[in-house]
Design a protein around this ligand. Structure first.
Ligand code: GDP
Length: 465
């Protein structure tokens, strides 16, 4: 091929291939977002010199990744993901878990790679993928249904929920306060703020004491940066049947704030998500919910259903209906899969798939747009066996945080579908927090993981092809 043509083809491939992709990472608090992003960054940065760390990411395994580097933060408003601090924590002696991020964060990477196809090989050129990784609290997704609800409808549904199950005990102070300050009384901003604090306290206790997940509005526990905090000073109130909020009443004040919260915080967030994100991974701590018992598990499932309404493909998707959507691949991942041995990890993947009614990564056709998997971003254990009551069982072996001796941990059996009633009698043993493996601070060997590469192949493989 004459040189001139060769060069033109290389430029052409460059033009065709160079691309910016925004990958959003979300999950409820504690689901493993920080660990996932830290491992993803460190492993991609290490992948050029150490392709065996990501064997199922084809571009890495085929040695087509030529260079990967972190980009300097653009002068934008989104805070940087603290990658240096996160890697330093894992490189410390003893290694520590990186501190969880609780707000919107971004990290940018550039991956230079050789395209896989004939054109790429013939041209001999490389292409560039700018990967913008966006980390946001999954709690914010729980607000999507609010956009389709009036204050009255939301109040009714929230009060009904608050009077049921373990919530009823935790909601008592707030409900007593509402009984003393009726919705049709004169609007009083101080009373509204006090009612909001009690309601927020009820949500916080539901999360910490009962480990519940469906806690709305999502910003009450994970506000992020909100300039005017008074936007949040509302809560559900009981209405008289058929009654409307009378002008100048408490209900009218609460309603105005509820609507302002939707317009100034919830709507812009979802508009940004729908228009600015290409790929999405939702991390779910399924094992912890199994650990926490029947009500916590059922509540996590309801929260997941709400999150699914944002990412389901097809015409019923509220996000698409309201804002359109660019997102074309979504992966649901059960995290911390290194708490269970190999066979149980397959169960965990099946359970994750069952909870969101999608195929597993293993079963997905090449072009599936939504799939489920189980992964460990930072693998802390090895598989082993033990003998319990004369039976040989599979266990995981790891060092508990702060401990001196590795333990053999038998987690119980992970159900492959929603657990039957009898399951809850014999709850899992409480999972230990394992010490993460110590890593080298400079990119090189990467971070041990389970299925991180398969997740990346699903999310980015077509772009790196
Ligand atoms: P975030 O709040 O979603 O950012 O959650 P983090 O990433 O901070 O994870 C919360 C905790 O879960 C960590 O401090 C670890 O104790 C644990 N964790 C997260 N990922 C893993 C993993 O892959 N394996 C194990 N064993 N524990 C994990």
């Amino acid at each position: 091929m004459p040189l001139l043509q060769f060069e033109r083809l290389a430029t052409l491939t460059g033009v065709l291939r160079d691309r910016t992709v925004r990958l959003a990472v979300t999950g409820l608090s504690g689901s493993g977002k920080t660990a996932f992003i830290t491992s993803l960054l460190h492993n991609l940065l290490s992948a050029v010199g150490h392709p065996t760390r990501l064997p199922f990411l084809r571009a890495a395994a085929e040695r087509r990744l030529v260079a990967v580097h972190l980009d300097a933060p653009p002068a934008e408003t989104i805070a940087r993901f603290p990658v240096g601090d996160a890697i330093a924590a894992l490189a410390a002696d003893p290694p520590d878990w990186p501190a969880s991020t609780t707000d919107l964060r971004q990290a940018d990477l550039t991956l230079r790679f050789t395209p896989a196809g004939f054109l790429g090989r013939a041209a001999g050129g490389t292409a560039e993928l700018r990967l913008e990784i966006l980390d946001y609290p999954g709690e914010w997704l729980l607000d999507l249904p609010l956009l389709g609800q009036s204050y009255r409808e939301w109040s009714r549904a929230s009060l009904e929920q608050a009077r049921q199950g373990v919530r009823a005990v935790l909601a008592r102070d707030w409900l007593d306060f509402l009984a003393r300050h009726p919705a049709d009384g004169a609007a009083d901003p101080e009373v509204a703020q006090r009612a909001h604090c009690l309601y927020r306290g009820f949500l916080a206790a539901s999360r910490t004491r009962e480990r519940l997940s469906l806690l709305q509005p999502g910003r009450f526990l994970n506000p992020g940066e909100i300039a005017d905090q008074s936007l949040l000073w509302f809560c559900p109130m009981p209405f008289a049947i058929g009654g409307n909020a009378r002008e100048g009443s408490m209900a009218a004040l609460m309603e105005a704030r509820f609507e302002a919260y939707k317009q100034t915080i919830v709507r812009p967030f979802f508009a940004q998500l729908a228009r600015g994100v290409d790929r999405q991974i939702v991390l779910v701590d399924v094992l912890r919910a199994l650990n926490d018992g029947e009500e916590a598990f059922a509540d996590q499932r309801l929260a997941l259903e709400t999150i699914l309404t944002a990412f389901r493909f097809g015409r019923r998707n509220l996000l698409r209906l309201l804002f359109g959507a660019r997102i074309d691949r979504v992966l649901f991942a059960a995290t911390k899969a290194d708490h269970v041995p190999a066979v149980q990890r397959d169960h965990l993947e099946a359970l994750m798939a069952n909870l969101v009614t999608t195929p597993t990564l293993r079963a997905e056709g090449a072009h599936a747009r939504v799939a489920a998997t189980a992964l460990a971003s930072i693998r802390c254990t090895e598989d082993g066996t033990d003998v319990i009551d004369g039976h040989r069982v599979d266990v995981v072996v790891g060092l508990p945080e702060g401990g001196h001796r590795r333990i053999r941990f038998f987690p119980g059996i992970v159900p492959v579908t929603r657990p039957p009633a009898g399951f809850w009698g014999e709850r899992f043993t409480e999972f230990p927090v394992f010490q993460p493996p110590r890593i080298a601070p400079a990119a090189g060997a990467g971070v041990p993981h389970i299925n991180l590469d398969k997740a990346l192949e699903f999310l980015l493989g077509d772009i790196l092809a």
